[in-house]
Design a protein around this ligand. Sequence first.
Ligand SMILES: [Ca+2]
Length: 311
Amino acid sequence: MEEFEPNRLLVTQRDSAELLIVNLEDGSVSDPIEGTPEVNSEGQGGLLDVTIAPDFDESRLVFLTFSQNAEDGTVTAVGKGVLSEDETSLEDFEVIFQALPAYDGDLHYGGRIIFDEEGNLFLTTGERSDDPIRERAQDLDAYLGKVIHITQDGEAVGTNPFVEDEDALDGIYSYGHRNIQGVDFNPETGDLWIVEFGPQAGDELNIIEPANNYGWPIVSYGIEYTGELINDGISEHEAQGFVEPRYYWDPTSAPSGMAFYDNDAIPEWENNLFIGGLVSSYIARVVIEDDIIVGEERLLSEEGERFRDIL
Ligand SMILES: [Ca+2]
């Protein structure tokens, strides 16, 4: 979801690949916007995130992420198009980035995007789930299991940490991630925070800094779906060069979508972090002091809903 005008949202529908406009004042929903990309909607794929350019009022540029058919499987892709003045179509839609390599699977696309203050994009990916492809999260020559930092044309940002490393892809910002499904900037510190799925539990809240390795699939606070430990459950993550999460969930919170509260309406919530939950069916309100998580409240669990995104 993206609020592109007061009380009006651009909303993606994952499996039908529709982009819609929802009016929060009267609850009305537009017809699907024309010109959106063809997606592969098998498994966890489909039309994923949507955001608008910082200069949307002039450019009317809309950015989408989606799972795209490629030669040897599917990829997480980013594209952009211009929302027509009558809001019925995305014009001149073009793909600006593909998180290669492609893989013949339908899980763990990641696919969240957010603009930084310089007008560049952070894109999150997944590691495509299966063993051994998931090991590519540790490799700097693959865009799987990464936070990626690109311009609005899909080029690597020049200040990225691995641009001088000939063996590494220039777009990589951080690595060792599993499946990142939420991103936001902390309004108090300016830091980029992400939330990512663990395997069986072990969902992580991480602060992203350039060149950091967040450990997957070498270390985790979760276990395999089979019940086996991850690498015999090795601990001492930091001693091995892996960055510890700020917080993790066990059992799973199935985190999807997140937003810091930065609004005067409810002063008690100032700078709290709200995280959607899928199978967990609650919204987590996370209280943070000096980058330490000091409290969590679980909201709306009685609704029995899957909360895929948060504004
Ligand atoms: Ca980790």
